[in-house]
Ligand binder design. Structure first.
Ligand code: ZN
Length: 495
C-alpha cells in the first residue's frame, strides 16, 4: 500500500480513504471535493470554503499565478496558503489545460514543479498533454509519449515532501488508458488524475467516461488515489466513486452560477425556470427563486455558487454514507434514473462487473433489486462464479417453492432471481437475502436461469429438476436441455 493513502472502507470499487498530505500537515478524507479557486476571481473565499462548507482541500492554477506578475510576486513572497487564506491542502494545476486550450505554454515540467514548490503547493502537477476524446490513435499515442516523459521528468525533479500528480491520458482508447495507468502506477509519484474526460461529461457521454476510467483503473493499482480531473457535477459523483475515483474538483459551482445555473444531485436547473427551490441549504432557506432573481447580479452569482457548493458537498457526504452502509450501487441506481445519459453510464459500469467484483466486499447490509440493471451487479457475477465451484451430487431439486418431500431428491436447493440456485444453508448470507420485488422483470429470471446453467455445467453427472413459478420463455430458453423443468405445483416439492 502507498504509505500516504490508506483505504478505510469500501463498496463496489468505491472507498473511503485517507490521503496524507505531508506538506500541508493534514489528512484529507476521500472521496473529497476540491473547489477550484481562480486566483483572479474569487467567488467564495477559501476561508469560507473551509469553515462553512467543510473543504479540506482545494485546487488552484499555478500557471495562472506564474504568468500574472502581481500574483506571482505575492505567492512567492507569502506562499499560497497565506495568499489564499487557507490552511487545508492545496493542489495546483500546471497549465496543461491552457496548453490544450491555446496550443502552447512557455513552461517545462521542471520549471513548473520548481515554481509550485516555491509557492508552497502541497500537491503539484507536471505538464502533461490532456488529449481530447476521439482524436486519431496516432495523436493519442504521440501525446501519451509526451505525458510519459513529463512523468519521468517529475520523478527526477527535486520535489521534497510535496506530493506530485501522475496524470493518466490516452483519449478514448481503453488500451492506451490502461497502459498509461500502468506506467503512472510504476512511478513513485503520488496521486493519479484521469485527465481529459471533461469533454465527455460536457456532452453527456457518461458511458464513454466510465469506459475511460475503468481502463485507467485496470492499469493503476487498487491502492492508488485517483482524481477524476474536471469532474464537478454532483449528479455523477456516485457513479464515479463506484468506479474507484477518490478526488473530484469543481469549477462547476462557480461557472454554472455565472450563467444562472442551479445544480442538483439529479441534474441542472436554470434559476429563471424555478418557482420553488428543491433544497434546504442556507441560501435556499433564506431566498425564494423570485427573491434571488431580484438580487443584484454579483450577489446572486455568489449565492448561487454557495448553493451549488452545498449540494456538491452534500452529495459527497451521501456517497460516503452509502459506502459505509454498503448501499453505493443503490445510490448509483437512483442517480441513473435522473437522466438517460446517466443510465447509459450505469449500464457501462455494469459492463465492468467482473472488474468491480474483485474489489466489491463479500458481505454488505442489503441488496435491493430495483431494476433490470440490478441483475448485472457484481454480486450476481460473483454468485454465478461460485456456482462453478459448488458440488451438487445426485438428484437435486432446484425450487422457488418449498423443500422436496420424501426421498425423491437427494437435496433441495432454493432458487432466487436474479442469483439462481443455492444450497439452503446459504439462505441467510449476503447477497442471497436480497429484497426482490414480487413483480420482477424478465432479466432477473434470465440471470437465475444462467445460474442454473452454470451449476448444471459444472456438475454433469448430477440430475437437476427446476421447479419454477412461471418463468418467462426467455428465461426457460437459457436452462440447459438436460435439466428437467416443471411448473411449481406439478412436482413433489411441497412439504
Ligand atoms: Zn440550496
Amino acid at each position: 500500500m502507498r504509505d500516504h493513502f490508506e483505504i478505510r472502507d469500501g463498496d463496489v470499487a468505491g472507498r473511503i480513504g485517507e490521503l496524507a498530505v505531508p506538506r500541508a500537515g493534514v489528512t484529507v478524507e476521500t472521496p473529497a471535493l476540491l473547489p477550484v479557486v481562480n486566483p483572479n476571481i474569487v467567488t467564495v473565499s477559501p476561508a469560507r470554503l473551509q469553515s462553512e462548507f467543510g473543504a479540506e482541500i482545494l485546487i488552484t492554477n499555478s500557471y495562472i499565478i506564474k504568468t500574472n506578475e502581481h500574483l506571482r510576486e505575492e505567492a512567492l513572497e507569502v506562499g499560497l496558503h497565506e495568499m489564499l487564506d487557507f490552511d487545508g491542502a492545496i493542489m495546483t494545476d500546471s497549465g496543461s489545460f491552457q496548453l490544450a486550450e491555446y496550443g502552447d505554454i512557455d513552461v517545462t515540467t521542471d520549471q513548473i514543479l520548481q515554481f509550485q514548490r516555491d509557492i508552497g503547493t502541497d500537491i503539484a502537477t507536471p505538464v502533461d498533454i490532456p488529449t481530447p476524446p476521439d482524436v486519431s490513435r496516432e495523436q493519442a499515442e504521440r501525446e501519451l509519449d509526451v505525458t510519459e516523459q513529463a512523468l519521468r521528468d517529475a520523478e527526477e525533479a527535486d520535489t521534497g515532501d510535496m506530493l506530485v500528480n501522475a496524470p493518466v491520458q490516452g483519449s478514448t482508447y481503453p488500451d492506451l488508458r490502461e497502459r498509461a495507468g500502468r506506467i503512472a502506477d510504476a512511478t513513485d509519484l503520488d496521486v493519479f488524475p484521469v485527465g481529459a474526460v471533461v469533454p465527455l461529461m460536457n456532452s453527456y457521454r457518461y458511458d464513454d467516461m466510465v469506459d475511460a476510467v475503468a481502463a485507467a483503473k485496470r492499469g493503476l493499482g487498487a491502492d492508488a488515489p485517483v482524481h477524476l480531473f474536471g469532474a464537478g457535477h454532483p449528479m455523477m459523483f456516485a457513479l464515479a466513486v463506484a468506479l474507484g475515483c477518490d478526488l473530484f474538483d469543481s469549477a462547476a459551482y462557480a461557472l454554472y452560477a455565472r450563467d444562472g445555473r442551479y445544480l442538483t444531485a439529479h441534474g441542472t436547473e436554470h434559476l429563471e425556470d424555478l418557482d420553488y427551490f428543491p433544497c434546504s441549504c442556507a441560501v435556499c432557506s433564506a431566498y425564494s427563486p423570485d427573491e434571488l432573481r431580484e438580487t443584484p447580479s454579483d450577489e446572486r452569482e455568489r449565492l448561487l455558487a454557495e448553493h451549488n457548493l452545498h449540494v456538491s458537498f452534500a452529495e459527497i457526504r451521501r456517497v460516503k454514507q452509502a459506502i459505509r452502509a454498503g448501499e453505493l450501487l443503490e445510490l448509483v441506481e437512483e442517480r441513473a434514473r435522473s437522466h438517460p445519459a446517466m443510465l447509459d453510464g450505469y449500464r457501462a459500469l455494469l459492463d465492468h462487473a467482473d472488474q468491480l467484483e474483485r474489489e466489491d466486499p463479500a458481505s454488505k447490509g442489503s441488496f435491493f433489486y430495483l431494476s433490470s440493471e440490478s441483475a448485472r451487479r457484481p454480486e450476481v457475477v460473483r454468485h454465478h462464479d461460485r456456482l462453478d465451484r459448488l458440488d451438487a451430487e445426485g438428484r437435486i431439486l432446484l425450487t422457488e417453492g418449498g423443500k422436496a418431500s420424501g426421498d425423491a431428491f437427494d437435496a433441495s436447493w432454493r432458487v432466487v432471481p436474479p442469483f439462481g440456485p443455492f444450497p439452503r444453508a446459504l439462505s441467510e448470507t449476503y447477497p442471497l437475502t436480497a429484497e426482490v420485488p414480487e413483480r420482477t422483470d424478465p432479466t432477473a429470471y434470465e440471470m437465475a436461469a444462467e445460474g442454473v446453467a452454470r451449476l448444471a455445467e459444472s456438475n454433469p453427472d448430477s440430475e437437476f429438476v427446476l421447479a419454477h413459478d412461471g418463468w418467462p420463455e426467455t428465461a426457460l430458453a437459457r436452462v440447459p436441455d438436460d435439466v428437467t423443468v416443471e411448473m411449481l405445483g406439478r412436482v413433489p416439492s411441497d412439504d
